[in-house]
Design a protein around this ligand. Structure first.
Ligand code: AHR
Length: 668
């Protein structure tokens, strides 16, 4: 492992205020080329009702021992009666309950049917929606699918679907629906109707689905505006599938990737750990396509025998989960001549996934208390390491904790740790040097979550990412990037929140059926990821109130400096001078600065009124006669200086950096 060599560090030039930074032209640490990413799990309805684009809530009446069967989301139309029932011939073994639709006691005349009001509304626009539903029963005539207002009589679009329904068989009906006008609000519903005169006997419905156009037009894909808000962060790595979601509520209901590989008709759903039933619509393949469509490396978490109820798998029962993890890795990495590689090929992905990183469990120091952590250290982690490294020696294995969790863990040689700082901004700043003398890690989850001066984790999360929290995150991210040889990737978590459902307030992006709001931290993560370094460079070490990292992007041939200004004396602006060794007078660099336009460190980007308090400005600087770039940083500001000075102008042209391709995470 490389580290900053004191011999190579330029002479410290201390200034009473600000920072005078001299940057060497060689040395430093290679980065992984995949520094910034995020964790996704279904929390805050960020999956179902979020980035998973399905518009229909409770589309297949899924339930289990944790969540009851319900008609949530469904309402009768024109005096219909809706009844959930289990038929002798269900749609599938895993979707046993369907909805019988018949004339109710208030029925007078005309078509009957049902409506669904989606995940707290539906965005209806002049675009092509793809729908489908399954029916069992004898019906001659047409169905009519439409998108309608929920509070006026407006119909924005409708289509007739000829019935192929049969008495003894489930028949799928597919349709496309293009509204003729945009709805003025998101308070809309999907309606399906039919003429009861054409029905002989009963008519049952199941798996009623409606998708708007998706990100990169994937079937069963991602909601476009939300996915774009993540893609535009220029991420390079995605950690899945949690988080607590991986662990499940108990060790019979962990997030079982195998159950997600089927057509939707055969996906039984998942008892989510965040208080709601999940569809399993966003499954292993969907995560794979997500990663491919955004050009993301994956960190895949495998279930390690500990669940949220604290149930710990005893050693003599662990093998089933180890086998399952090996199957999962084979599913991703195996050739088409392997059992699970062949399954992946069947699902449309013959090429093996270029997977380098597997994480064993999630926060194994948490759910089962000390006993869970002890079992992890004593046998769960070692048994997984033994089996995975024997089968896939080229994989990097990540343990789900670090030496600062509980009584710590001695990570075996070559095994990475995972650190999850959800902290006050002051603490993130105090931890600037957290990785200066530590082994290899990911920072698998990080966010400023609690206000300074409070009681930290025992207190409430703040409302949204807020300005001083964002600057605190910037300082910690700079600390991680300085140690890029030990912290190969940093993940924001959790990333998404549906504003109609609360599990966790501080998220990178908030949304509802209609809008998407990018938080203050979104602007930070975007800026840092937009200027990737291939390696850091040794520089003057004089940190606080300006914290910084300097480096180079070999592909672009550019020098980069990232800085954040936190806790100045009396709020004074800080003069900063950055001199890259070898840079001549007149060399140009863009300086992009993020500041708080309302001068209030506690304010956030408001998802209710969509105000953005982040000011982003770019100026082009010229190096002075000493080859130094000089500028000032206000209190609580974030900046990136880049000698590839034209790059910032291309920000909106989706100038995504080509990632370095690295076989191993780090050169030794
Ligand atoms: O990100 C939210 C939760 O925080 C994750 O599920 C868990 O890993 C952590 O405790």
């Amino acid at each position: 492992m490389k580290s900053f060599s004191l011999a190579l560090v330029a002479t410290q030039i201390l200034s009473a205020l600000g920072a005078k930074v001299e940057v060497q032209s060689s040395g430093g640490n290679a980065t992984s080329g995949r520094q910034y990413g995020f964790l996704h799990e279904d929390i805050n309805h960020s999956g179902d009702g979020g980035i998973y684009a399905e518009l229909i809530r409770n589309r297949a009446f899924q339930y289990n021992e944790h969540y009851p069967l319900t008609l949530d989301g469904w309402f009768p139309v024109n005096g219909a009666s809706l009844e959930l029932r289990e038929l002798d011939e269900p749609l599938s073994d895993v979707l046993p309950v369907s909805m019988k639709v018949s004339k109710g006691k208030n029925y007078r005349h005309g078509k009957i049917g049902f409506r669904n009001d989606g995940y707290w509304g539906m965005d209806v626009k002049k675009q092509k929606y793809k729908g489908s539903f399954w029916v069992k029963g004898d019906y001659k005539g047409n169905f009519e699918a439409s998108l309608q207002s929920n509070n006026t009589n407006d119909v924005f679009g409708a289509v007739k679907v000829k019935s192929n329904a049969r008495k003894d068989e489930w028949v799928e009906h597919k349709f496309e629906l293009t509204p003729w006008e945009n709805a003025p609000t998101s308070n809309n519903t999907f309606v399906l109707q039919f003429d009861p005169k054409g029905v002989k006997g009963d008519l049952d419905f199941n798996l009623i689905s409606l998708f708007p156009p998706t990100f990169k037009d994937r079937e069963n894909g991602l909601r476009k505006d939300i996915a774009e808000s993540l893609y535009e962060l220029h991420p390079s790595i995605l950690r899945i599938p949690g988080g607590n979601m991986l662990e499940g509520l108990d060790n019979k209901t962990w997030w079982d990737w195998k159950d997600t590989l089927y057509p939707l008709r055969y996906r039984k759903g998942f008892p989510g750990v965040w208080g709601y039933q999940q569809t399993y619509g966003l499954g292993m393949m969907e995560y794979l396509w997500w990663a491919e469509d955004m050009d993301l490396e994956l960190v895949v978490g495998v279930y390690a025998g500990l669940s949220m109820d604290g149930s710990i798998t005893p050693e003599d029962e662990l093998q089933q989960f180890i086998d399952d993890a090996l199957d999962q890795i084979e599913f991703l990495k195996g050739g088409v001549d392997t059992k699970w590689g062949a399954r992946r090929a069947e699902l449309g992905h013959p090429e093996p996934v270029d997977l380098h990183f597997v994480e064993i469990g999630n926060e194994d120091w948490y759910a089962g208390g000390q006993a869970g952590w002890d079992s992890y250290k004593e046998y769960r982690l070692p048994r997984f390491i033994e089996a995975i490294s024997a089968a896939w020696p080229e994989l990097t294995i990540i343990a789900s904790g670090t030496h600062t969790d509980r009584d710590g863990i001695d990570l075996p040689e070559g095994i990475y740790g995972d650190y999850h700082p959800y902290k006050m901004p002051d603490v993130l700043v105090e931890e600037f040097d957290r990785f200066d003398n530590d082994g290899p890690h990911i920072v698998g989850e990080v966010a400023a979550t609690h206000v300074n001066g409070g009681i930290g984790w025992e207190g409430s999360l703040y409302y949204f990412p807020w300005w001083i929290g964002t600057v605190g995150e910037a300082v910690s991210m700079i600390g991680y990037e300085r140690n890029a040889d030990r912290v190969f990737a940093t993940f924001y978590a959790p990333i998404l929140r549906n504003m109609n459902f609360w599990n966790w307030s501080v998220t990178l992006v908030q949304f509802d059926a209609w809008t998407v709001t990018r938080s203050t931290s979104w602007y930070l993560w975007e800026l840092f990821a937009f200027h990737p370094m291939s390696h850091t460079l040794p520089a003057t070490e004089d940190f606080g109130p300006v914290y910084y990292v300097a480096g180079k992007n070999e592909d672009q041939g550019s020098f980069i400096w990232k800085g954040a200004c936190y806790n100045t004396t009396n709020g004074a602006d800080q003069p900063v001078s950055v001199k890259f060794d070898g840079v001549q007078e007149g060399t140009k660099a863009s300086l992009t600065m993020l500041t708080n336009s309302v001068s209030d460190p506690m304010r956030w980007n408001d998802p209710y009124n969509h105000t953005n308090i982040v000011d982003r400005s770019t100026v082009v600087l010229s190096a002075n006669k000493d080859g130094a770039f000089e500028f000032e940083m206000p209190e609580l500001s974030i900046a990136v200086l880049d000698t590839d000075y034209k790059k910032e102008a291309c920000r909106n042209k989706k100038a995504k950096q080509k990632r370095r391709s690295v076989e191993q995470p780090f050169a030794a």
